[in-house]
Design a protein around this ligand. Structure first.
Ligand code: NAP
Ligand code: GDP
Length: 366
């Protein structure tokens, strides 16, 4: 019987999936490729995991022994506020299909992905792994939060009823190469990188949503990837583990904007739109459990990680996920046409008599 590990990564084309692929292909030593492991990185084109049949077909095709489950409907604060039901339903369906099909195919281990967004809004700090179900999440993202919390409940149930090793990790806000740079629906770092880039290119103001005061812990996608690989190979608990930089590495949104401005070399006007929401003020998480397992893990300094991410964005602008560019361009165009029509209308109403008097007699309106 083959002892090869077949690791199926759902959501393999996304920010975290591509970082895992990069680490497997480029790191030497502990986190890099190992003999006896075959990695498969899925995209939604391999099958829509909201469908039970499509999920089965993927498992039937690859017969994974291990699953890293990343596929999800993902977005920043503003996308979460707009599509709460989609976040709840899509993620419930995807998670249930992946976990139950993994059960049916006798997968040895599944590592799924939660987020620090799922913790209760009203809580004590720092937040730790035991607090996930302690109270309602922040109202801005309850759809996403409840779907993700249920992964932890499902993992416990699969363990207690069947003895399966299905576990989960809880990363903080992730950023890095292959991020989603959509102008409206992305997370704060890729959103601001793209906005600052456009402000520099077009000589327009750089506007940061909210007050800039909220605090966040950010994790570089390649650091998270190394930790994910470690969890898959070595972490044996069913209970989740927070994958985060330390509490002292928490930064404000203004710090984030300043660092992006620095690395993009932007020297234009820069302001905060305080009419836009701040979301949860902070979600300070403890990485004590992680450090008890990996005391020597070295996180990439925030400044270096932003520099690398900005470099990737500039070098890959044409293929990066910047979907709203097309939409915004067409929205701007339509808006311009509407404005122009209204202007012509207004000019006619106000100065119609003048235009009329200039027309040849047969075209005059009476
Ligand atoms: P991402 O870049 O948006 O990638 C999402 C991935 O999921 C893509 O590969 C996408 O495939 C796939 N996917 C989405 N819907 C699918 C569907 N119905 N069927 C099959 N595949 C589908 O997301 P990410 O930032 O890498 O997030 C990965 C995981 O980390 C998620 O579980 C997320 O909740 C979690 N997480 C993310 C953050 C963060 O800040 N980004 C923070 C904490 C936790 P296509 O490319 O084909 O669309
Ligand atoms: P969160 O960490 O889950 O709240 O998600 P985000 O990555 O969307 O970060 C949200 C925080 O960044 C809020 O305080 C927003 O007001 C602030 N922010 C500032 N500019 C932007 C932006 O362009 N996009 C997003 N998503 N958030 C922004």
């Amino acid at each position: 019987m083959s002892t090869e590990k077949v690791v199926l990564v759902t959501g393999g084309s996304g920010l975290v999936g591509q970082a895992i692929k990069w680490v497997i292909e480029n790191d030497n030593g502990r986190f890099g490729r190992k003999d006896g492991e075959r990695w498969i990185f899925l995209t939604s084109k391999d099958g829509d995991l909201r469908s039970r049949e499509a999920t089965h077909a993927v498992f039937e095709k690859y017969k994974p022994t291990h699953v890293v489950h990343l596929a999800a409907l993902v977005g920043g604060l503003f996308k979460n506020m707009k599509y709460k039901l989609d976040f709840l339903r899509d993620n419930l369906l995807i998670n249930d299909n992946v976990l139950h099909t993994a059960h049916e195919y006798k997968v040895e281990k599944v590592v799924s992905c939660l987020s620090t967004c799922v913790f209760p809004d009203k809580t004590t700090y720092p937040i730790d792994e035991t607090m996930i179900h302690n109270g309602p999440p922040h109202p801005s993202n309850f759809g996403y939060a409840y779907a993700k919390r249920l992964i932890d409940t499902q993992n416990k149930a699969y363990f207690e009823q069947f003895g399966h090793r299905f576990t989960s990790v809880i990363p903080t806000n992730v950023f890095g190469p292959h991020d989603n740079y959509d102008l409206q629906d992305s997370h704060v770092i890729p959103g601001l990188v793209h906005k600052c880039y456009l402000a520099k290119k077009n000589g327009t103001p750089f506007v940061v949503a909210g007050t800039g005061k909220p605090l966040r812990q950010f994790i570089y996608s390649r650091d998270l990837a190394r930790l994910f690989i470690w969890v898959l190979r070595e972490y044996d608990e069913i209970d989740p583990i927070i994958l985060s930089v330390g509490e002292k590495d928490e930064v404000s949104i203004k710090d984030v904007a300043d660092t992006i401005v620095k690395h993009l070399g932007f020297d234009g006007s820069y302001s905060f739109d305080t009419t836009k929401p701040d979301g949860q003020f902070k979600k300070t998480a403890s990485n004590a459990k992680l450090l008890s397992y990996l005391p020597d893990f070295e996180f990439t300094p925030f400044d270096v990680a932003i520099q690398e991410s900005v470099k990737w964005f500039l070098e890959n602008y044409d293929k990066a996920r910047t979907a709203n560019m097309v939409r915004l361009a067409s929205e701007t165009w339509n808006e311009m046409i509407t404005q122009l029509k209204m202007l012509v209308g207004r000019i006619y109403v106000k100065h119609g008599y003048l235009i009329n008097s200039l027309l040849p007699a047969q075209q005059k309106r009476h």
